[in-house]
Ligand binder design. Structure first.
Ligand SMILES: Cc1ncc(COP(=O)(O)O)c(C=O)c1O
Length: 362
């Protein structure tokens, strides 16, 4: 049984349990860019080895300047964190909200951070099974909240709200209510930055946009996230509580080099769109109930009375395949899983495992 706040990507438990090396694993439970490989990373890091012998720049000026140019925002609107998760927790501590509104299902760290500061949480429940929500439902909850988290595209559903809809929504929100838009996966969507709220941060002081390097630049093991807000008081307060040297030299280097690599960005989006369609078609043809998505992961439902969760996991384990059991997501039923979209070979292996499983469980 998954603990309430457990996440995907726990490869170390899997290799201990299955007694296989890391390289033998097919991890579809975390949604990481399949184009990032060890040689790609080594190439990007070539010029940075010398820097490991020194402390990182305590002001991270090169990194901040690169981010500020890439996103077209002022330097003082940026704050860095050791992963977006640490920024979520830091932000909540700094803002100390009393009442919060969350979507269900969504990324569980918002709830975890809010509970740490004894915040009362209200939820907008998504539709049955697919977990989709509308901004109308969010609006209907009214204005009595200090903070609202919107994950766009949402994890785990892959639902993307378009930029113009979000902007109209923000206009209707009370100015003293913070709206945190978590764009950890937006770079994977076909339109990429076109749906980001970053261009509107200057206009709305209550909007805070969160980004993560983990997924797109394939560095869950290095850790780097950042947020953007034109509310300089919030940025200053966050920076003040952030320990010095939070970001390691390699994490900063991958992002600085990756942001320059426009062909890598484009190639990723094209590959994800193509492979997502292939995976969706294959799994649907096998008779599985798969949900459409705009990103590098999708939900799949397997009726637990026919496909018990333990059995599904055990069958997939034979193929060293890990998928994300979503039963600990508030607002999703038992039997819902999230699978990542990976490279073609890995995707074909997943389909092979699902094909064998469908025969076995018939
Ligand atoms: C929506 C969302 N935001 C943030 C994060 C955390 O990112 P990071 O690895 O930068 O802490 C995740 C990780 O799964 C996520 O799904």
């Amino acid at each position: 049984m998954l603990e309430k706040f457990e996440h995907g990507g726990d490869v170390y438990s899997a290799i201990r349990q299955w007694q296989v090396p890391l390289e033998a694993l097919y991890d579809f439970s975390a949604n990481i860019n399949p184009l990032v490989t060890v040689p790609w990373l080594k190439h990007k890091l070539d010029a940075y080895w010398e820097q490991i012998l020194h402390y990182p720049d305590p002001n991270y000026l090169d990194l901040l300047k690169t981010l500020s140019v890439y996103h077209g925002v002022n330097l003082d609107t940026l704050a860095l964190g050791n992963g977006a998760t640490s920024l979520i927790h830091g932000l909540v501590k700094v803002l100390d909200p009393k009442r919060a509104l969350l979507i269900a299902p969504t990324f569980s760290e918002y709830e975890k951070a809010l509970l740490h500061v004894d915040c009362t949480i209200d939820y907008v429940e998504g539709t049955v099974r697919s977990g989709l929500y509308t901004l109308e439902d969010v609006k209907a909850k009214g204005d009595g909240y200090d903070i609202l988290f919107l994950c766009n595209p949402n994890n785990p559903t892959g639902q993307l709200i378009k930029q113009h809809e979000l902007v109209e929504f923000i206009k209707s929100v009370a100015v003293n209510q913070y709206v945190v838009i978590d764009e950890a996966f937006i770079d994977f969507t076909p339109e990429g930055e076109a749906n980001s709220l970053i261009p509107f941060c200057a206009q709305f002081e209550n909007v805070i946009v969160l980004r993560s390097a983990t997924k797109f630049y394939g560095i869950p093991g290095l850790r780097l996230g950042y947020l953007i807000s034109s509310n300089v008081r919030v940025i200053k307060a966050l920076v003040a509580v952030t320990p010095i040297w939070q970001i390691n030299v390699f994490a900063a280097a991958v992002v600085m080099e990756g942001l320059k690599d426009l062909s890598f960005q484009l190639e990723t989006r094209l590959l994800i769109a193509k492979n997502r369609k292939w995976l969706y078609d294959e799994l649907t043809q096998l008779g599985f109930c798969v949900y459409e998505s705009e990103v590098n992961y999708m939900l799949i439902y397997m009726d637990p009375t026919k496909w018990p969760v333990v059995k599904v996991k055990a069958y997939l384990a034979r193929y060293h395949v890990l998928i994300r059991d979503c039963s600990n997501y508030r607002g999703l039923p038992q039997g819902m899983y999230r699978i990542a979209v990976k490279g073609q070979d890995a995707n074909a292996h997943l389909v092979k495992a699902f094909t064998a499983m469908s025969v076995l469980l018939e």
